[in-house]
Design a protein around this ligand. Sequence first.
Ligand SMILES: Nc1ncnc2c1ncn2[C@@H]1O[C@H](COP(=O)(O)OP(=O)(O)OP(=O)(O)O)[C@@H](O)[C@H]1O
Length: 314
Amino acid sequence: MVEVLNLKAGYRFRKKVVKAVNNVTLRIYDEDFLGIAGESGCGKSTLVLAMLRLLKSPGYIESGKVIINGINIFELSDEALSKVRWKEFSFVPQSSMNSLNPVMKIKDQIADAVIRHTRVSKHDAYRTVEKVLQLVGIPVDRMDSYPHQLSGGMRQRVVIAMALSLSPKLIVFDEPTTALDVVVQRSILEKIFELQREKRFSSIFVTHDISLLLEISRHIAIMYAGEIVEYGGTAAVYENPLHPYTRGLIVAVPSISGQIKEYKSIPGRPPDLSEHITGCPFYERCDFRKKICFHEHPEYKEVDRGRWVSCHLY
Ligand SMILES: Nc1ncnc2c1ncn2[C@@H]1O[C@H](COP(=O)(O)OP(=O)(O)OP(=O)(O)O)[C@@H](O)[C@H]1O
């Protein structure tokens, strides 16, 4: 199980502080598939980078705890952290180009990670490379390729293969298919589900596309202005969204068959995360706002079993 407790993180630059992650608490169960959705700029990437200690300067972590299978990863030395990275958790970023070395064959990039963490021989590491490439559907005869010799979809599969190479218990995907065309996106998503069923790792999947998450995730967390404003089982959130922001994201327009739902954007803009926010961050855009919402921040609480929301309506 993974627990994120009261995590606060952001960016400091030119005397400005952007509070991109504000007091986030989340649980990810074993073999869970948690989707995190929210508009661009709401802090999704910062949240996952901070929780895996991958946030680079000018990013900073202000406070909080992240416990991955009993290990508080904020308390580890850099050396201890590099030992658990890849084994306990791995990360698949938006663009494969950011995590692949352009002048190294893909087999050596994956083998390096394996050797660094398990001290196996090069020969055995290549065997692992073959296995993980097969798992993601890349023919073994492509293992001698350099990244630029592969298509965007294949490169993203290589990054997923790398993330799988030490069988971590948690894999975090940050919009792993946004840069790819729709057909390739679908085949990579299907591959991720298949692998999760087979390898039984937990996943966190970040996207701005809530309709995709409603289709694929088991639990869903809705993020707004640096906060998780709603969390629950995906079906429950879809059928009965509690937060006005979630309701706005899921606008139900039954079609003739009563099956298809429509998704539309909510008027207005989220607050500037470098400004101090009193009250509810959704106040300006909320159709249900009350007096209290202007001056008092709502508490994030469990209002029903497994249903969490941060809203004065509850
Ligand atoms: N390197 C940085 N320096 C300063 N501010 C940053 C930096 N990266 C992100 N931010 C700011 O932090 C806030 C959260 O950004 P973040 O990228 O985490 O959002 P996101 O929800 O992942 O967006 P997207 O879906 O567009 O990737 C935004 O206001 C953004 O402008």
